[in-house]
Design a protein around this ligand. Structure first.
Ligand code: HEM
Length: 431
């Protein structure tokens, strides 16, 4: 990542803020020095940092040049870091490009379900009772290490990692933790699911010794499914509503007996793919994100569709059932709760750099500007006093007008102004 970006994407609002009013040549020159937003947020601690903390503008460019000439610490383009200043964990421009690559991957490989499962299994190891990072587990990229990939619950997820690795190699300034969550959220959205309010900037663990212990993820057939789900998901800080909403992700994908031990080797819905054929799906259209999971689990009519004990319990436990019934009836309600729960899941245990995270969605895009209303910005609506109204009326009348009618044009004054301007012009031209 270049801390001082040599060309910033034209869609960057920063470049627009800094140089929007300039002719294109100057704009290009200014944009050469547009600083990535995320690198500018820490409190400045030195002259160089003060210069860098200026919002992108011609002034920022000049300050930076002066600082560099004055022998300030050089910007390391190879390491992509400003010496003495740390950048965010992932680069927003690269995250956006990677999202495009993930969309292409989904179109050719139909790997939406396994990418969602990858993101969930990286995050789902979180333990809210452990304060320290990364001991607390969660969305920290630890699932890239063999030791964790080899946990029984993660059988098959090595295939998801293999699909994403070329994208990781292409974008050196995206962390695994972010890439897993980006891939998962993008897969939900591309399958027709809700937009997930994601943020990025997750820091990666740095070694296999930082992986969580085995056994943090839920089992599909425990003796008491409701108790088990609560034990596991409460440990993550999630509640009953979130357990049910997130289980709705099984509207996508298949279970394969050779991986998890659950499901049929193939059904009429899976024998031809798309993607690698086989397995048993929870729904008929298992690449379409909708609320059919709740309808199908409720009915349990089709022998070719899977219902795990932890799926069935959603319609048995009185508290889970409230949500499961609601989602079977109302897809909008499911989408809303799913999007919130997925975003929360994706942040579990994550350490963000910058701490507030990075958004890669252009919120301003398509937004209709609100008409300006001065009254909206006044602290209180207050009627003018009668004395004040009278005073204003008197002032208007003194110059021949009235607050109720437009002021009559003062022809004499207009002529005087024209004469004065002409006189000024004549004297300037004479000189
Ligand atoms: C509630 C507890 C859960 C249990 C017991 C459970 C269990 C399972 C099992 C056994 C499989 C089959 C894996 C295989 O054979 O390849 C599976 C697949 C899947 N799970 Fe879950 N899961 C749970 C929650 C979740 C959550 C919270 C999500 C996402 C938010 C999720 C997303 C998926 C997806 C998308 C697949 C399909 C993967 C594919 O087709 O490759 N699951 N799950």
């Amino acid at each position: 990542m270049s801390a001082v970006r040599l060309s910033y994407s034209s869609s960057s609002s920063l470049t627009r803020v800094g140089a929007g009013f300039l002719p294109s040549a100057s704009r290009r020159a200014v944009s050469q020095f547009a600083l990535p937003f995320h690198s500018l947020r820490r409190p400045p601690t030195s002259f160089g940092a003060v210069a860098a903390s200026l919002r992108p503008s011609p002034l920022a460019a000049i300050y930076l040049r002066v600082f560099q000439r004055a022998g300030g610490r050089a910007f390391s383009s190879s390491a992509g870091r400003v010496a003495g200043m740390r950048c965010a964990a992932s680069d927003p421009a690269q995250l956006r490009s990677a999202r495009e690559d993930i969309r292409e991957l989904l179109k050719t490989k139909f790997c939406h379900p396994i990418l969602i499962r990858l993101g969930w299994h990286d995050a789902g190891t979180f333990d809210k009772n452990i304060e320290e990072w990364p001991q607390r587990g969660g969305a920290n990229g630890s699932l890239r290490y063999d030791i964790e990939l080899n946990h029984a619950a993660n059988a098959g997820l090595v295939n998801a990692l293999k699909l994403l690795q070329p994208i990781k190699d292409k974008y050196s300034d995206i962390t695994y933790a972010d890439l897993f969550q980006l891939a998962s959220a993008t897969a939900v959205e591309e399958a027709g699911g809700p937009k997930i309010p994601m943020r990025y900037g997750r820091v990666d663990v740095t070694g296999p010794e930082q992986c969580p212990d085995e056994g943090k993820l839920p089992a599909a057939g425990p003796p008491s499914p409701a108790d088990h789900l609560r034990e596991v998901f409460y440990r993550m800080g999630l509640n009953d509503k979130e357990i049910v909403a997130l289980s709705g992700a099984h509207t996508l994908g298949r279970s394969r007996p050779e991986r998890s031990g659950w499901g049929k080797p193939e059904t009429k819905y899976t024998k031809d793919g798309p993607g690698a054929p086989g397995g048993q799906s929870w729904t008929v259209q298992w690449l379409k994100f909708d609320n059919s999971y709740f309808k199908d689990v409720k009915e349990q009519k089709d022998q070719d569709l899977l219902v795990l004990p932890t799926d069935a319990v959603l319609f048995e436990d009185p508290s889970f059932k409230v949500y499961a019934e609601k989602y079977a009836e109302d897809q909008d309600a499911f989408f809303k709760d799913y999007a919130e729960a997925h975003a929360k899941l994706s942040n579990l245990g994550a350490k963000f750099d910058p701490p507030e995270g990075i958004s890669i969605d252009d919120d301003a895009k398509g937004a209709v500007p609100e008409p300006f209303q001065a009254a909206k910005y006044s602290s209180r609506k207050k009627e003018l006093s009668e004395t004040m109204k009278q005073k204003i009326r008197e002032e208007y009348e003194a110059i021949g007008g009235s607050p109720d009618k437009p002021l009559r044009s003062n022809y004499f004054l207009n002529i005087m102004i024209v004469v004065a301007v002409l006189a000024l012009l004549t004297s300037l031209l004479g000189n």
